[in-house]
Ligand binder design. Sequence first.
Ligand code: ADP
Length: 227
Amino acid sequence: MTATPLVALRGIERSFGVGTGRVDALRGIDLEVAEGEYVAILGPSGSGKSTLMQIIGCLDVPTAGSYRYGGKEVHDLSDRELTRLRNEEIGFVFQSFHLLKDRNAIENVRLPLDYRSSDTDGRTPLDPRTVLERVGLGARLTHRPGQLSGGEQQRVAIARALVRSPRLMICDEPTGNLDTERGLEILELLDSIHRDGGATILLVTHDKAVADRAQRVVTLVDGQWAQ
Ligand code: ADP
């Protein structure tokens, strides 16, 4: 028996109306990601990577096609189930960190815990301090983003994604704002999170060297998989 994939996309399309015209950002995407996999989605700017990540992260809905998360059709989930999925199962890491500037590291990492539902089936959150230590910032707990380097800010953002103990981590160009060396450190951190069985990781990038860190690379061109 094969295990149910964590993410299963079939025939996913996403179009945007622009003026009187239409942009077909995704044109029939199939993808299966098993629980515990580390997959990179590689593609040039404009190929549809962010649109695909928004759909997989349940922040956007496809125009057509089927998306099953953990075997359940996302389209059929109630608002409450969808909120729980977004808040507790999926962690996001973005290119530009998205930290609150007036909060220190530990406060930024604690933030997602305020949005947890009180459902008993929720995943067990981790201690913010322990997670910051895990990403190498044990000595920076009370620093605000402005007092941290880019690499350290991205570590805070990774800790914020990890604190809810997510099943799926979506990392959208996580090294895009970092120099090569800091970028490599972040990729090593993602490797170790994956190795420790921390999460299924989906990494989005335009950079082949970054994508090659993953177990599997799929390439997007003009909203379709490259042949
Ligand atoms: P990538 O992340 O690979 O750079 P995107 O997913 O951002 O690509 O964009 C794919 C295509 O869809 C582009 O042509 C982009 O201009 C278009 N697009 C994305 N979002 C929107 C939107 N909200 N409205 C109109 N067009 C969009």
